[in-house]
Design a protein around this ligand. Structure first.
Ligand code: URP
Ligand code: ZN
Ligand code: ZN
Ligand code: ZN
Length: 460
């Protein structure tokens, strides 16, 4: 099976040139000008931007959370991702407190394996670090290819670990060649504010926002950076939203530390005015919450300063009926919003088209950096000979409108309903196969492979 892509404008994190790409099997085998090689299939990419497939390193598919499950299965979630140009996702296995990492992995594999259309990997969320857990870390890294360990500094009683466990985990993960990632918000402060608002009868979604002020994130981000610095463990802050938290990272650079930072598309594009509506605001109830316009400016600047390395989604969709679980109490609204399908096109339109970031930066934060940070580069995350042929063809002149009626995610509303976007992803290739063409999905569940990742150094 061979495929030739002719005359595309090839964009990587470093390059921008017109050439042809020849693909044999799952890999790119040749890149050059005016290649005339007989191929099984030829795609004319004249006028198209040809870029590496998106890697979304923060998604929650079919995840048990807040008394329900996120509404996209591995099948519907990875299909929607492919439609939007994301060829690989990294999802989260959640250890149950009192149980092993192995048990959690087995449970997650039973839901995911054989059901994905796109490629996938797992982060291992450590919610109970003890001597048994410590002994499991090495096997996760060397045998399972799971090299990143997620921690929560909030959601006490369910997912949160304390600083004693965090320090121990970091020491072990560093020793074994992995990375610790974190949901960095101060869980105790948030729990206090939630209880206070509820006692005062303040129960609308607005109080979800008011229970997680910027300081809760800034404080935890600084504390995480301090512990990572002390232990020397590579660290990565997920879904960073605000100026205070980014300044904590900026401060860490002054002692020559580097902490990786991920933000998510919603924090760049949406702000806290969404919480001023009635219960409709529940669509944007997520943790951390949306912030202010000044925080959006900080995040865009942070991308260009190289402080924000990744733009992900934290895709964690719930249908409206599930959001209604919190109709009379904001603390019972399942946290999360749907975005897996729209990250690539939203960031192209709002970022590249509007002149906020360059095309090279777009590729860097949506694909190359996730691949490098999480141990998959150069197999994933670039366009090069011997790399997987995971590619998107984006037509910069096409326009389209986001609607719930037209999306592929298993959720009955869109957080971006009616948004008009410039640029449309027309064709998506995953490991040499055309996975999506003109809105039609051409691969079936089971095509997606689990990608074992290699050890990481904390340097990219
Ligand atoms: O609101 C969110 N973010 N839901 C998913 C879980 C998490 O904290 O990432
Ligand atoms: Zn058990
Ligand atoms: Zn989180
Ligand atoms: Zn998340």
């Amino acid at each position: 099976m061979s495929l030739l892509i002719k005359n595309g404008r090839i964009i990587t994190a470093a390059d921008d040139y017109v050439a042809d790409i020849f693909i044999e099997g799952e890999k790119i085998s040749l890149i050059g000008k005016e290649l005339s090689i007989p191929a099984g299939q030829t795609i004319d990419a004249d006028g198209m931007l040809v870029m590496p497939g998106g890697i979304d390193p923060h998604v929650h598919l079919d995840m048990p959370f807040m008394g329900t499950f996120s509404s996209d299965s591995y099948e519907t979630g990875t299909r929607a991702a492919l439609h939007g140009g994301t060829t690989m996702v990294i999802d989260f296995v959640l250890q149950k407190q009192g149980h092993s990492l192995r048990e959690a992995l087995t449970e997650w594999q039973s839901r995911a394996n054989g059901n994905c259309l796109g490629d996938y990997s797992f982060h291992m969320a450590v919610t109970d670090f003890n001597e048994h857990t410590r002994q499991e870390i090495q096997t996760m890294i060397t045998h399972e290819g799971i090299t990143s360990f997620k921690t929560f500094m909030a959601y006490k009683g369910a997912l949160m670990i304390d600083d004693r466990q965090m320090t121990g985990l970091m020491q072990e993960v560093k020793k074994q060649g992995g990375m610790v990632t974190v949901h960095a918000t101060n869980g105790d402060m948030i729990d206090y504010l939630v209880a206070k608002h509820k006692a005062e009868g303040k129960l609308s979604p607005l109080y979800h926002y008011l229970s997680q002020p910027e300081v809760t994130e800034a404080e935890a981000s600084a504390r995480f950076a301090d512990m990572a610095n002390y232990t020397g463990c590579p660290g990565y802050i997920v879904h960073l939203t605000c100026e205070g938290a980014l300044n904590a990272v900026r401060q860490a650079t002054r002692r020559n530390q580097h902490v990786f930072v991920e933000t998510c598309i919603q924090y760049l594009l949406l702000d806290a005015s969404r919480y001023e509506q009635d219960f409709d605001s529940a669509k944007w109830v997520m943790s951390p919450p949306l912030r202010e316009k000044k925080d959006q400016a900080t995040l865009w600047a942070g991308i260009n300063q190289g402080l924000v390395n990744v733009v992900a989604t934290d895709h964690c969709p719930f249908k409206w009926e599930q959001k209604l679980m919190g109709k009379d109490d904001f603390s019972k609204i399942p946290n999360g919003h749907p975005a897996i399908e729209h990250r690539m096109e939203l960031l192209y339109s709002e970022g590249v088209h509007k002149g906020r970031i360059t095309l090279n930066k777009y590729v860097e934060v949506t694909s190359t950096n996730p691949a490098k940070i999480f141990g998959m580069f150069p197999r994933k995350g670039t366009i090069a000979v011997n790399s997987d042929a995971d590619l998107i063809l984006l037509d910069p002149h096409a326009q389209h409108t986001i609607t719930a009626a037209g999306h592929h995610m298993n959720v009955d509303y869109s957080a971006y309903e009616g948004w008009e976007l410039q640029g449309k992803i027309k064709t998506v290739l995953l490991r040499g196969k055309v996975a999506v063409n003109d809105g039609e999905c051409l691969v079936e569940k089971g095509y997606g492979q689990f990608i074992k990742r290699h050890k990481v150094s904390g340097k990219i």
